[in-house]
Design a protein around this ligand. Sequence first.
Ligand code: NAP
Ligand code: MG
Length: 487
Amino acid sequence: MTITAASEQAVVDSVPKGALINGNWVDTGKTLEVIDPSTGEPLCEIADAGETEALAALDAAANVQAEWAATPPRERGEILRAVYESMTSRLDELALLMTLEMGKPLSESKAEVAYAADFLRWFSEEAVRINGRYATAPNGQGRLLTMKQALGPCIFVTPWNFPAAMATRKIGPALAAGCTVVMKPAKETPLSSFALGQAFLDAGLPAGVVNLVCGSSASAIVGPLLKDPRTRKLSFTGSTPVGKELIKQSADQVLKVSMELGGNAPFIVHEDADLDKAVEGAILAKMRNNGEACTAANRFHAHESIAQQFGEKLAARLGAMKVGRGTLEDTQVGPLINESQREIVEGLVEDAVGKGGKILTGGERPDGAGFYYPPTVIGELSPDANILVDEVFGPVAPIKSFSTEEEALASANATEYGLAAYVYTTDLGRAFRTIEGLETGMVGLNRGVISNPAAPFGGIKQSGFGREGGFEGIEEYLETKYVGMDF
Ligand code: NAP
Ligand code: MG
Protein backbone atom coordinates (compact mmCIF):
# COMPACT_ATOMS: atom_id res chain seq x y z
CA MET A 1 0.00 0.00 0.00
CA THR A 2 1.19 3.56 -0.71
CA ILE A 3 1.59 5.50 2.49
CA THR A 4 0.50 9.12 2.56
CA ALA A 5 -0.33 11.52 5.39
CA ALA A 6 -3.99 10.78 4.61
CA SER A 7 -3.56 7.01 4.86
CA GLU A 8 -1.66 7.42 8.13
CA GLN A 9 -4.48 9.54 9.51
CA ALA A 10 -7.08 7.06 8.27
CA VAL A 11 -5.45 4.14 10.06
CA VAL A 12 -5.15 6.13 13.31
CA ASP A 13 -8.77 7.29 12.97
CA SER A 14 -10.01 3.74 12.42
CA VAL A 15 -9.01 2.65 15.92
CA PRO A 16 -11.36 3.09 18.91
CA LYS A 17 -9.84 5.40 21.54
CA GLY A 18 -11.76 4.57 24.71
CA ALA A 19 -11.42 1.91 27.37
CA LEU A 20 -12.92 -1.43 26.30
CA ILE A 21 -15.28 -2.45 29.07
CA ASN A 22 -17.90 -5.17 28.73
CA GLY A 23 -17.90 -4.95 24.93
CA ASN A 24 -18.22 -1.15 24.78
CA TRP A 25 -15.63 1.54 24.11
CA VAL A 26 -16.02 3.91 27.05
CA ASP A 27 -15.01 7.56 27.13
CA THR A 28 -13.58 8.85 30.41
CA GLY A 29 -13.83 12.61 29.91
CA LYS A 30 -10.05 12.87 30.23
CA THR A 31 -7.46 12.43 27.49
CA LEU A 32 -3.93 11.15 27.06
CA GLU A 33 -1.69 11.88 24.06
CA VAL A 34 -0.06 9.17 21.97
CA ILE A 35 3.23 10.41 20.52
CA ASP A 36 4.81 9.58 17.16
CA PRO A 37 8.45 8.89 18.16
CA SER A 38 9.70 9.79 14.67
CA THR A 39 8.60 13.40 15.17
CA GLY A 40 7.97 13.76 18.90
CA GLU A 41 4.56 15.17 17.92
CA PRO A 42 1.15 13.89 19.07
CA LEU A 43 -0.46 11.27 16.86
CA CYS A 44 -3.85 11.26 18.57
CA GLU A 45 -5.52 11.28 21.96
CA ILE A 46 -7.04 8.35 23.81
CA ALA A 47 -9.33 8.26 26.82
CA ASP A 48 -7.29 8.47 30.01
CA ALA A 49 -8.70 5.70 32.19
CA GLY A 50 -8.05 5.03 35.87
CA GLU A 51 -9.30 3.08 38.88
CA THR A 52 -13.02 3.48 38.07
CA GLU A 53 -12.62 1.99 34.61
CA ALA A 54 -10.23 -0.71 35.87
CA LEU A 55 -12.77 -1.92 38.43
CA ALA A 56 -15.64 -1.73 35.93
CA ALA A 57 -13.53 -3.86 33.57
CA LEU A 58 -12.94 -6.41 36.33
CA ASP A 59 -16.69 -6.45 37.08
CA ALA A 60 -17.26 -7.36 33.43
CA ALA A 61 -14.52 -10.01 33.39
CA ALA A 62 -15.71 -11.59 36.63
CA ASN A 63 -19.37 -11.60 35.52
CA VAL A 64 -18.71 -13.61 32.37
CA GLN A 65 -15.93 -15.83 33.76
CA ALA A 66 -18.09 -18.89 34.47
CA GLU A 67 -19.90 -18.64 31.15
CA TRP A 68 -16.68 -18.27 29.17
CA ALA A 69 -15.04 -21.20 30.97
CA ALA A 70 -18.11 -23.30 30.10
CA THR A 71 -18.04 -22.28 26.41
CA PRO A 72 -17.00 -25.30 24.34
CA PRO A 73 -13.23 -25.32 23.79
CA ARG A 74 -13.77 -25.57 20.03
CA GLU A 75 -15.80 -22.34 20.09
CA ARG A 76 -13.13 -20.57 22.13
CA GLY A 77 -10.51 -21.80 19.68
CA GLU A 78 -12.52 -20.69 16.67
CA ILE A 79 -12.73 -17.13 17.92
CA LEU A 80 -8.95 -17.08 18.37
CA ARG A 81 -8.57 -18.50 14.88
CA ALA A 82 -10.89 -15.82 13.46
CA VAL A 83 -8.79 -13.05 14.98
CA TYR A 84 -5.65 -14.71 13.60
CA GLU A 85 -7.26 -14.59 10.13
CA SER A 86 -8.37 -11.01 10.59
CA MET A 87 -4.93 -9.80 11.71
CA THR A 88 -3.24 -11.65 8.87
CA SER A 89 -5.59 -10.23 6.26
CA ARG A 90 -5.07 -6.69 7.64
CA LEU A 91 -1.31 -7.04 8.08
CA ASP A 92 -0.34 -3.84 6.20
CA GLU A 93 -2.84 -1.65 8.02
CA LEU A 94 -1.99 -3.00 11.49
CA ALA A 95 1.73 -2.70 10.73
CA LEU A 96 1.34 0.94 9.74
CA LEU A 97 -0.55 1.65 12.95
CA MET A 98 2.21 -0.01 14.97
CA THR A 99 4.99 1.87 13.19
CA LEU A 100 3.22 5.18 13.80
CA GLU A 101 2.92 4.70 17.56
CA MET A 102 6.12 2.72 18.19
CA GLY A 103 8.58 3.84 15.51
CA LYS A 104 10.03 0.56 14.21
CA PRO A 105 10.34 0.09 10.42
CA LEU A 106 7.28 -1.23 8.59
CA SER A 107 9.04 -4.49 7.77
CA GLU A 108 9.52 -5.10 11.49
CA SER A 109 5.95 -4.13 12.29
CA LYS A 110 4.69 -6.55 9.65
CA ALA A 111 6.83 -9.28 11.16
CA GLU A 112 5.41 -8.50 14.60
CA VAL A 113 1.78 -8.50 13.44
CA ALA A 114 2.35 -11.91 11.82
CA TYR A 115 4.14 -13.18 14.95
CA ALA A 116 1.39 -11.78 17.20
CA ALA A 117 -1.36 -13.38 15.11
CA ASP A 118 0.50 -16.67 15.19
CA PHE A 119 0.11 -16.89 18.98
CA LEU A 120 -3.65 -16.82 18.44
CA ARG A 121 -3.39 -19.59 15.85
CA TRP A 122 -1.20 -21.70 18.15
CA PHE A 123 -3.54 -21.32 21.12
CA SER A 124 -6.64 -21.84 18.97
CA GLU A 125 -5.17 -25.30 18.43
CA GLU A 126 -4.32 -25.76 22.13
CA ALA A 127 -7.84 -24.90 23.35
CA VAL A 128 -9.05 -28.38 22.39
CA ARG A 129 -6.09 -30.21 23.96
CA ILE A 130 -6.62 -29.46 27.63
CA ASN A 131 -6.40 -32.85 29.31
CA GLY A 132 -6.36 -34.49 32.71
CA ARG A 133 -5.00 -37.83 34.00
CA TYR A 134 -6.49 -40.95 35.48
CA ALA A 135 -4.44 -43.47 37.40
CA THR A 136 -4.66 -46.35 39.79
CA ALA A 137 -3.10 -45.48 43.14
CA PRO A 138 0.29 -47.24 43.60
CA ASN A 139 -1.12 -49.52 46.34
CA GLY A 140 -4.07 -50.42 44.13
CA GLN A 141 -6.56 -48.84 46.50
CA GLY A 142 -8.53 -46.15 44.79
CA ARG A 143 -8.12 -44.03 41.72
CA LEU A 144 -6.40 -40.68 41.18
CA LEU A 145 -8.12 -38.25 38.86
CA THR A 146 -6.41 -35.01 37.83
CA MET A 147 -8.34 -32.30 36.04
CA LYS A 148 -7.46 -28.89 34.60
CA GLN A 149 -9.73 -25.90 35.08
CA ALA A 150 -9.59 -22.26 34.02
CA LEU A 151 -7.92 -20.09 36.65
CA GLY A 152 -10.36 -17.19 36.44
CA PRO A 153 -10.02 -13.45 35.72
CA CYS A 154 -6.48 -12.46 34.70
CA ILE A 155 -4.74 -9.08 34.84
CA PHE A 156 -2.23 -8.37 32.08
CA VAL A 157 0.29 -5.53 31.96
CA THR A 158 2.23 -5.17 28.70
CA PRO A 159 5.15 -3.03 27.42
CA TRP A 160 5.50 -0.74 24.40
CA ASN A 161 8.24 -2.61 22.54
CA PHE A 162 6.06 -5.36 21.01
CA PRO A 163 2.59 -3.81 21.36
CA ALA A 164 0.69 -6.62 19.62
CA ALA A 165 2.72 -9.77 20.33
CA MET A 166 3.02 -9.18 24.08
CA ALA A 167 -0.77 -8.89 24.14
CA THR A 168 -1.64 -11.96 22.05
CA ARG A 169 0.84 -14.17 23.82
CA LYS A 170 -1.11 -13.59 27.04
CA ILE A 171 -4.66 -13.22 25.67
CA GLY A 172 -4.32 -16.26 23.37
CA PRO A 173 -3.62 -18.87 26.08
CA ALA A 174 -5.93 -17.18 28.61
CA LEU A 175 -8.91 -17.35 26.25
CA ALA A 176 -8.01 -20.85 25.12
CA ALA A 177 -7.97 -21.97 28.76
CA GLY A 178 -11.32 -20.30 29.50
CA CYS A 179 -10.07 -17.27 31.45
CA THR A 180 -11.33 -13.70 31.11
CA VAL A 181 -8.99 -10.72 30.90
CA VAL A 182 -8.39 -7.13 31.96
CA MET A 183 -5.32 -5.82 30.13
CA LYS A 184 -3.42 -2.58 30.65
CA PRO A 185 -1.33 -1.83 27.56
CA ALA A 186 1.67 0.52 27.76
CA LYS A 187 0.61 4.15 27.46
CA GLU A 188 3.12 4.78 24.64
CA THR A 189 1.47 2.17 22.37
CA PRO A 190 -2.21 1.64 23.18
CA LEU A 191 -3.45 1.75 19.57
CA SER A 192 -2.27 -1.71 18.51
CA SER A 193 -4.03 -3.21 21.55
CA PHE A 194 -7.19 -1.26 20.83
CA ALA A 195 -7.18 -2.52 17.24
CA LEU A 196 -6.79 -6.04 18.64
CA GLY A 197 -9.67 -5.49 21.06
CA GLN A 198 -11.91 -4.40 18.21
CA ALA A 199 -10.85 -7.44 16.16
CA PHE A 200 -11.99 -9.68 19.02
CA LEU A 201 -15.37 -7.95 19.16
CA ASP A 202 -15.73 -8.25 15.38
CA ALA A 203 -14.94 -11.98 15.65
CA GLY A 204 -17.86 -12.44 18.03
CA LEU A 205 -16.05 -12.64 21.35
CA PRO A 206 -18.70 -12.23 24.05
CA ALA A 207 -18.72 -8.87 25.86
CA GLY A 208 -16.54 -8.77 28.98
CA VAL A 209 -14.16 -11.60 28.07
CA VAL A 210 -11.41 -9.16 27.03
CA ASN A 211 -11.32 -5.67 28.55
CA LEU A 212 -8.68 -3.00 27.89
CA VAL A 213 -7.86 -0.13 30.22
CA CYS A 214 -5.04 2.33 29.52
CA GLY A 215 -4.22 5.55 31.33
CA SER A 216 -1.65 8.05 32.49
CA SER A 217 -1.19 6.29 35.83
CA ALA A 218 -0.36 2.60 35.53
CA SER A 219 -0.43 2.09 39.30
CA ALA A 220 -3.91 3.65 39.59
CA ILE A 221 -5.18 0.96 37.22
CA VAL A 222 -3.14 -2.05 38.25
CA GLY A 223 -2.97 -1.50 42.03
CA PRO A 224 -6.73 -1.83 42.70
CA LEU A 225 -7.00 -4.82 40.36
CA LEU A 226 -4.35 -6.73 42.29
CA LYS A 227 -6.13 -5.99 45.58
CA ASP A 228 -9.50 -7.22 44.32
CA PRO A 229 -10.35 -10.73 45.53
CA ARG A 230 -11.91 -11.64 42.16
CA THR A 231 -8.48 -11.44 40.45
CA ARG A 232 -6.77 -14.84 40.08
CA LYS A 233 -3.64 -14.12 38.06
CA LEU A 234 -1.18 -11.42 37.03
CA SER A 235 0.95 -11.74 33.93
CA PHE A 236 3.42 -8.90 33.46
CA THR A 237 5.91 -8.11 30.71
CA GLY A 238 8.19 -5.18 31.35
CA SER A 239 11.15 -4.03 33.37
CA THR A 240 12.59 -5.92 36.33
CA PRO A 241 12.07 -3.09 38.89
CA VAL A 242 8.35 -2.77 38.05
CA GLY A 243 8.05 -6.56 38.03
CA LYS A 244 9.51 -6.78 41.54
CA GLU A 245 7.03 -4.19 42.76
CA LEU A 246 4.10 -6.08 41.22
CA ILE A 247 5.26 -9.39 42.73
CA LYS A 248 5.10 -7.67 46.14
CA GLN A 249 1.61 -6.33 45.42
CA SER A 250 0.50 -9.80 44.31
CA ALA A 251 1.63 -11.36 47.57
CA ASP A 252 -1.34 -10.05 49.55
CA GLN A 253 -3.72 -12.26 47.66
CA VAL A 254 -1.17 -14.97 46.83
CA LEU A 255 -1.92 -14.42 43.14
CA LYS A 256 -0.53 -16.78 40.57
CA VAL A 257 2.08 -14.64 38.80
CA SER A 258 4.02 -14.78 35.51
CA MET A 259 6.89 -12.36 35.00
CA GLU A 260 8.63 -11.67 31.68
CA LEU A 261 11.23 -9.13 32.73
CA GLY A 262 14.41 -7.53 31.45
CA GLY A 263 17.30 -9.29 29.77
CA ASN A 264 21.02 -8.85 29.21
CA ALA A 265 21.68 -11.44 26.51
CA PRO A 266 25.27 -12.48 25.85
CA PHE A 267 26.22 -13.31 22.25
CA ILE A 268 29.21 -15.67 22.27
CA VAL A 269 31.33 -16.11 19.14
CA HIS A 270 33.76 -18.99 19.55
CA GLU A 271 37.01 -19.20 17.56
CA ASP A 272 35.60 -21.97 15.35
CA ALA A 273 32.40 -20.08 14.47
CA ASP A 274 31.39 -19.41 10.88
CA LEU A 275 32.20 -15.70 11.14
CA ASP A 276 29.94 -14.45 8.36
CA LYS A 277 27.04 -16.41 9.79
CA ALA A 278 27.83 -14.97 13.22
CA VAL A 279 27.75 -11.43 11.81
CA GLU A 280 24.37 -12.08 10.16
CA GLY A 281 23.04 -13.50 13.43
CA ALA A 282 24.50 -10.60 15.39
CA ILE A 283 22.69 -8.09 13.18
CA LEU A 284 19.38 -9.85 13.82
CA ALA A 285 19.99 -10.38 17.52
CA LYS A 286 21.06 -6.76 18.00
CA MET A 287 18.97 -4.78 15.55
CA ARG A 288 15.59 -6.52 15.59
CA ASN A 289 13.11 -3.98 16.95
CA ASN A 290 15.77 -1.19 16.96
CA GLY A 291 17.52 -3.10 19.74
CA GLU A 292 14.47 -2.52 21.95
CA ALA A 293 13.86 -6.20 22.68
CA CYS A 294 14.33 -8.04 25.95
CA THR A 295 16.01 -10.83 23.94
CA ALA A 296 18.34 -8.36 22.18
CA ALA A 297 22.03 -9.27 22.26
CA ASN A 298 23.29 -6.85 24.89
CA ARG A 299 26.98 -7.79 24.85
CA PHE A 300 29.16 -9.61 22.37
CA HIS A 301 31.82 -11.96 23.70
CA ALA A 302 34.19 -12.82 20.84
CA HIS A 303 37.25 -15.08 21.00
CA GLU A 304 40.43 -12.99 20.97
CA SER A 305 41.58 -14.56 17.69
CA ILE A 306 38.54 -13.22 15.82
CA ALA A 307 37.27 -10.32 17.98
CA GLN A 308 38.79 -7.57 15.86
CA GLN A 309 37.60 -9.06 12.59
CA PHE A 310 34.12 -9.68 14.01
CA GLY A 311 33.97 -6.07 15.27
CA GLU A 312 35.04 -4.62 11.93
CA LYS A 313 32.56 -6.70 9.95
CA LEU A 314 29.72 -5.90 12.34
CA ALA A 315 30.56 -2.18 12.37
CA ALA A 316 30.64 -2.06 8.55
CA ARG A 317 27.20 -3.65 8.36
CA LEU A 318 25.54 -1.69 11.17
CA GLY A 319 27.12 1.58 10.02
CA ALA A 320 25.53 1.08 6.59
CA MET A 321 22.01 0.62 7.95
CA LYS A 322 19.51 3.27 6.92
CA VAL A 323 18.10 5.21 9.87
CA GLY A 324 14.82 7.04 9.36
CA ARG A 325 11.10 7.21 9.81
CA GLY A 326 9.69 3.70 10.00
CA THR A 327 7.06 4.42 7.34
CA LEU A 328 9.69 4.99 4.62
CA GLU A 329 10.32 1.96 2.50
CA ASP A 330 14.13 1.86 2.77
CA THR A 331 14.30 2.47 6.55
CA GLN A 332 16.08 -0.26 8.50
CA VAL A 333 16.34 1.49 11.87
CA GLY A 334 13.60 3.69 13.31
CA PRO A 335 13.62 6.09 16.28
CA LEU A 336 13.74 4.92 19.88
CA ILE A 337 10.48 5.09 21.80
CA ASN A 338 11.07 8.35 23.68
CA GLU A 339 13.67 10.85 24.84
CA SER A 340 14.33 9.18 28.17
CA GLN A 341 15.10 5.87 26.43
CA ARG A 342 17.49 7.73 24.12
CA GLU A 343 19.23 9.35 27.10
CA ILE A 344 19.72 5.94 28.75
CA VAL A 345 21.31 4.56 25.58
CA GLU A 346 23.50 7.64 25.15
CA GLY A 347 24.60 7.49 28.80
CA LEU A 348 25.72 3.86 28.46
CA VAL A 349 27.77 4.71 25.35
CA GLU A 350 29.41 7.70 27.08
CA ASP A 351 30.27 5.57 30.10
CA ALA A 352 31.81 2.84 27.90
CA VAL A 353 33.88 5.36 25.92
CA GLY A 354 34.95 7.14 29.13
CA LYS A 355 36.32 3.81 30.37
CA GLY A 356 38.41 3.21 27.23
CA GLY A 357 35.96 1.69 24.72
CA LYS A 358 36.55 2.55 21.06
CA ILE A 359 33.64 3.59 18.84
CA LEU A 360 33.78 1.56 15.61
CA THR A 361 30.64 3.15 14.16
CA GLY A 362 27.85 5.47 15.32
CA GLY A 363 27.92 6.90 18.82
CA GLU A 364 26.45 10.34 18.13
CA ARG A 365 22.82 11.39 18.27
CA PRO A 366 21.64 13.10 15.08
CA ASP A 367 20.19 16.63 15.03
CA GLY A 368 16.53 17.18 14.33
CA ALA A 369 13.17 15.93 15.47
CA GLY A 370 12.43 12.37 16.58
CA PHE A 371 14.17 10.14 19.10
CA TYR A 372 16.81 8.73 16.76
CA TYR A 373 20.05 7.06 17.76
CA PRO A 374 22.38 5.47 15.19
CA PRO A 375 23.55 1.84 15.18
CA THR A 376 26.73 1.86 17.26
CA VAL A 377 29.55 -0.64 17.76
CA ILE A 378 32.03 -0.25 20.62
CA GLY A 379 35.23 -2.34 20.69
CA GLU A 380 37.94 -2.87 23.30
CA LEU A 381 35.40 -2.68 26.07
CA SER A 382 36.62 -2.34 29.63
CA PRO A 383 35.26 -5.00 32.04
CA ASP A 384 33.79 -2.33 34.31
CA ALA A 385 31.67 -0.65 31.60
CA ASN A 386 28.06 -0.28 32.75
CA ILE A 387 26.78 -1.54 29.41
CA LEU A 388 27.94 -5.05 30.37
CA VAL A 389 25.53 -5.14 33.31
CA ASP A 390 22.69 -2.77 32.31
CA GLU A 391 20.10 -3.56 29.68
CA VAL A 392 20.81 -1.14 26.81
CA PHE A 393 17.47 -1.36 24.93
CA GLY A 394 18.88 0.37 21.86
CA PRO A 395 21.04 -0.22 18.78
CA VAL A 396 24.40 -0.43 20.57
CA ALA A 397 26.74 -3.43 20.31
CA PRO A 398 29.64 -3.61 22.80
CA ILE A 399 32.34 -6.19 22.04
CA LYS A 400 34.59 -7.81 24.61
CA SER A 401 37.15 -10.50 23.86
CA PHE A 402 37.82 -13.74 25.74
CA SER A 403 40.57 -16.33 25.60
CA THR A 404 39.03 -19.58 26.87
CA GLU A 405 35.66 -21.31 26.69
CA GLU A 406 35.42 -21.21 30.52
CA GLU A 407 36.06 -17.47 30.54
CA ALA A 408 33.37 -16.91 27.90
CA LEU A 409 30.82 -18.82 29.95
CA ALA A 410 31.75 -17.06 33.19
CA SER A 411 31.40 -13.62 31.53
CA ALA A 412 28.12 -14.61 29.90
CA ASN A 413 26.69 -15.63 33.27
CA ALA A 414 28.04 -12.60 35.18
CA THR A 415 24.65 -10.87 35.28
CA GLU A 416 21.54 -10.93 37.46
CA TYR A 417 19.48 -11.48 34.29
CA GLY A 418 18.83 -14.83 32.61
CA LEU A 419 16.52 -14.48 29.62
CA ALA A 420 18.29 -15.32 26.35
CA ALA A 421 21.79 -16.13 25.10
CA TYR A 422 23.30 -16.73 21.67
CA VAL A 423 26.16 -19.08 20.84
CA TYR A 424 28.07 -19.38 17.57
CA THR A 425 30.31 -22.41 17.15
CA THR A 426 30.70 -25.31 14.71
CA ASP A 427 32.07 -27.66 17.41
CA LEU A 428 29.27 -29.88 18.71
CA GLY A 429 30.88 -30.59 22.09
CA ARG A 430 31.64 -26.92 22.69
CA ALA A 431 28.09 -26.02 21.66
CA PHE A 432 26.50 -28.31 24.23
CA ARG A 433 29.00 -27.51 26.99
CA THR A 434 28.18 -23.83 26.51
CA ILE A 435 24.41 -24.36 26.26
CA GLU A 436 24.33 -26.50 29.41
CA GLY A 437 26.40 -23.95 31.31
CA LEU A 438 24.40 -20.87 30.33
CA GLU A 439 22.10 -19.51 33.05
CA THR A 440 19.26 -18.44 30.75
CA GLY A 441 15.77 -19.64 29.89
CA MET A 442 16.49 -19.60 26.14
CA VAL A 443 19.50 -20.16 23.88
CA GLY A 444 19.99 -19.51 20.18
CA LEU A 445 22.57 -21.87 18.66
CA ASN A 446 23.96 -20.44 15.42
CA ARG A 447 20.88 -18.26 15.06
CA GLY A 448 20.05 -14.71 16.06
CA VAL A 449 16.26 -14.88 16.49
CA ILE A 450 14.64 -17.50 18.70
CA SER A 451 11.09 -16.27 19.38
CA ASN A 452 8.48 -18.75 18.18
CA PRO A 453 4.85 -19.24 19.26
CA ALA A 454 5.44 -23.00 19.48
CA ALA A 455 8.34 -22.60 21.94
CA PRO A 456 8.31 -21.73 25.66
CA PHE A 457 9.51 -18.13 25.98
CA GLY A 458 10.76 -16.98 29.36
CA GLY A 459 13.64 -16.38 31.70
CA ILE A 460 15.34 -17.44 34.89
CA LYS A 461 17.11 -15.41 37.61
CA GLN A 462 15.86 -11.80 37.63
CA SER A 463 14.46 -12.13 34.11
CA GLY A 464 11.39 -13.68 35.69
CA PHE A 465 9.41 -16.91 35.78
CA GLY A 466 6.63 -18.53 33.82
CA ARG A 467 6.62 -19.38 30.12
CA GLU A 468 4.65 -17.96 27.21
CA GLY A 469 4.03 -19.95 24.04
CA GLY A 470 4.61 -23.64 23.41
CA PHE A 471 2.79 -26.35 25.34
CA GLU A 472 3.82 -24.58 28.54
CA GLY A 473 1.98 -21.36 27.65
CA ILE A 474 -1.54 -22.55 28.40
CA GLU A 475 -0.52 -24.18 31.70
CA GLU A 476 -0.07 -20.70 33.16
CA TYR A 477 -3.85 -20.25 32.89
CA LEU A 478 -4.96 -23.62 34.24
CA GLU A 479 -5.45 -24.80 37.79
CA THR A 480 -4.86 -28.46 38.64
CA LYS A 481 -7.54 -30.19 40.70
CA TYR A 482 -6.92 -33.70 42.04
CA VAL A 483 -9.73 -36.04 43.03
CA GLY A 484 -9.04 -39.14 45.15
CA MET A 485 -11.71 -41.79 44.47
CA ASP A 486 -12.89 -45.06 45.86
CA PHE A 487 -15.60 -47.12 44.26
P1 NAP B 1 8.00 -0.86 32.27
O1 NAP B 1 8.27 0.54 32.63
O2 NAP B 1 8.25 -1.89 33.29
O3 NAP B 1 6.49 -0.89 31.79
C1 NAP B 1 5.84 -2.07 31.43
C2 NAP B 1 4.39 -1.93 31.75
O4 NAP B 1 4.22 -1.79 33.16
C3 NAP B 1 3.72 -0.70 31.13
O5 NAP B 1 2.41 -1.03 30.76
C4 NAP B 1 3.74 0.28 32.27
O6 NAP B 1 2.76 1.29 32.18
C5 NAP B 1 3.46 -0.63 33.45
N1 NAP B 1 3.87 -0.08 34.72
C6 NAP B 1 4.89 0.77 34.98
N2 NAP B 1 4.94 1.04 36.29
C7 NAP B 1 3.92 0.38 36.89
C8 NAP B 1 3.43 0.27 38.23
N3 NAP B 1 4.01 0.91 39.23
N4 NAP B 1 2.35 -0.49 38.46
C9 NAP B 1 1.75 -1.15 37.46
N5 NAP B 1 2.16 -1.09 36.18
C10 NAP B 1 3.24 -0.35 35.89
O7 NAP B 1 8.80 -1.34 31.00
P2 NAP B 1 8.85 -0.64 29.57
O8 NAP B 1 9.79 0.50 29.67
O9 NAP B 1 7.51 -0.38 29.06
O10 NAP B 1 9.48 -1.83 28.70
C11 NAP B 1 10.82 -2.09 28.66
C12 NAP B 1 11.20 -3.23 29.58
O11 NAP B 1 10.38 -4.37 29.38
C13 NAP B 1 12.60 -3.72 29.34
O12 NAP B 1 13.28 -3.85 30.56
C14 NAP B 1 12.43 -5.08 28.68
O13 NAP B 1 13.46 -5.99 28.84
C15 NAP B 1 11.18 -5.55 29.28
N6 NAP B 1 10.55 -6.52 28.38
C16 NAP B 1 10.58 -7.82 28.72
C17 NAP B 1 10.03 -8.76 27.89
C18 NAP B 1 10.05 -10.21 28.26
O14 NAP B 1 9.29 -10.96 27.70
N7 NAP B 1 10.87 -10.67 29.16
C19 NAP B 1 9.43 -8.37 26.71
C20 NAP B 1 9.40 -7.02 26.39
C21 NAP B 1 9.97 -6.10 27.26
P3 NAP B 1 3.08 2.71 31.49
O15 NAP B 1 2.93 2.51 30.06
O16 NAP B 1 2.08 3.63 32.06
O17 NAP B 1 4.48 3.08 31.90
MG1 MG C 1 4.35 6.60 21.03
